[in-house]
Design a protein around this ligand. Structure first.
Ligand code: ADP
Length: 451
């Protein structure tokens, strides 16, 4: 039977449509809804270009290129003198919340939202509380050089960073649109709690930095004030009331400027509860209860200002003042990193040591790239014998063993581990990655036994 006959008979049976090859996918019309993807462009410190001009240039560049979108940096085009002169880095971020086509979004599925920013190089401005002994708060102008890259370096169970970002974005939008708080209530208070060293404080700072970049079209100025609650209660209770008043007066002044977005980070809020309890039991002067109350009252006052977000952390969940917990809109538990996060944290450490030539790369591959967790798992699930046994795979497998051995270590301990391991290897100046990983596993076991 020749093929044409087959076609005809199929047609007669009415099956030809089903067996016909599918037409190639056509891009939807441009007007159709697209996935919004943030593209962040960091200006050079020397740049004096207008943000709007740079944004338009980048939008044009993105339109002209049929890029695929994956998280990470994209090159500043060398054939564009305006961009090369002014832009230090262009980076696509946070596409992970979307339905991805094997982690790649095609250019026609995407509407890039370009955020152009310049980092503040000023560093923290420290307030020494009156007599110059103990600083009560630090202040940064955001986005700050110190916090650059922090958001990307923090790895949690999936979704936590996105959840916080979206929450804060919604809160700012509700405020901007003037949603009536009697009808829909929301605060701008976030509480992160969990064991020490799990990245809570860093996440608060990184979130503030991210929001300062994302919302710079609305708030061209942005500040972060970091208050150490513990310092408010140490030493001199009689002074603390005054300190709180002084601090909040300063914050109030910042907030009055409506183009200012202000983040207030209160670390270790559990010390508030501890102070109140101690006051009740009579072991601390009753002054402290007034300080806690003053702080809560001041926070309530700030709540009515649309341009302030209060970020708080606590190392102990149970001891947080109930009055405080009630005020927070988002209470997120940040625990020790799960396996995938441990693997990715250690992978980023190792990748840095390879980049800086502390770990010697192999002769046959100059830029050794360790597999990410997902690719690693995919390879491991391949039928035996079909997986490739190249060096990165073997090394990644060993890294997975290390990540498994680190169960129970905090993010802070994990980031320190490669350093401790390096100090323990026998050949620190010519360090073989495989031997290094073995030492790292031993070091992890030792660290865990000492917890
Ligand atoms: P916490 O406030 O929970 O005590 P920190 O924010 O002070 O923790 O974390 C200290 C350091 O540990 C961070 O600067 C970071 O280098 C590292 N770290 C902690 N948790 C993580 C994490 N989940 N991912 C990556 N690094 C982490």
């Amino acid at each position: 039977q020749n093929p044409r006959d087959a076609d005809i008979s199929d047609q007669q049976d009415g099956v030809v449509e089903a067996s016909a090859p599918l037409p190639p996918p056509t891009p939807p019309p441009l007007s159709e809804y697209k996935v919004l993807v943030s593209v962040e462009a960091r200006l050079k410190p020397s740049s004096t270009a207008r943000i709007d001009d740079v944004r338009t240039s980048i939008e044009r560049m993105l339109e002209n290129r049929n890029l695929t979108y994956v998280d990470g940096p994209i090159p500043v085009p060398l054939d564009d003198p305006f961009l090369t002169e002014n832009v230090e880095r262009i980076c696509i971020g946070d596409t992970d919340e979307w339905v991805l086509n094997h982690e790649v979004l095609l250019f026609w599925q995407v509407k890039p939202v370009v955020h152009v920013f310049q980092l503040s190089e000023e560093g923290p401005c420290e307030d020494l509380s009156g007599d110059g002994q103990l600083s009560t708060f630090n202040e940064w102008i955001l986005p700050a050089r110190e916090f650059d890259g922090m958001w990307e370096s923090l790895i949690f169970e999936s979704g936590l960073k996105q959840r916080l970002l979206r929450y804060a974005a919604s809160a700012l939008l509700f405020t901007e649109k003037g949603v009536d708080p009697f009808l829909v209530s929301w605060n701008r208070i976030i509480l992160l709690h969990g064991p020490p060293g799990t990245g809570k404080t860093s996440l608060c700072k990184a979130l503030a930095q991210k929001l300062s970049i994302r919302f710079n079209y609305r708030y061209p100025q942005c500040q972060l004030v970091e208050v150490n609650a513990h310092s408010l209660f140490s030493k001199w209770f009689s002074e603390s009331g005054k300190l709180v008043a002084k601090l909040f007066q300063k914050i109030q002044e910042m907030v009055e400027e409506e183009n200012n977005l202000v983040f207030v980070l209160i670390d270790e809020v559990e010390s508030l509860a501890a102070a109140r309890k101690a006051a009740l039991s009579g072991s601390e002067p009753s002054d402290s209860i007034r300080v806690v109350n003053a702080l809560l009252t001041q926070m309530d006052k700030l709540k009515s200002s649309p341009n302030v977000i209060i970020l708080t952390t606590s190392n102990i969940t149970a001891a947080i003042d109930i009055a405080f917990v009630d005020r927070a809109d988002i209470k997120a538990y940040v625990g020790p990193p799960p396996l995938q996060a441990r693997y990715e944290i250690l992978r980023s450490c190792l990748q840095e040591l390879i980049r800086k030539a502390i770990l010697s790369s192999f002769q046959d591959c100059d830029d050794l790239v360790l597999l990410n967790y997902t690719s690693m798992k995919e390879k491991l699930n391949m039928p035996a014998g079909t997986e490739d046994v190249q060096t990165p795979f073997n090394l990644s497998k060993q890294l997975l063993e290390a990540a498994e051995a680190c169960e129970g270590l905090s993010g802070r301990a994990l980031r320190k581990l490669p350093f401790l391991a390096h100090a323990a290897v026998s050949d620190p100046y010519n360090c073989d990655p495989r031997r290094f990983l073995c030492t790292m596993i031993d070091t992890a076991k030792r660290e865990l036994s000492e917890l």
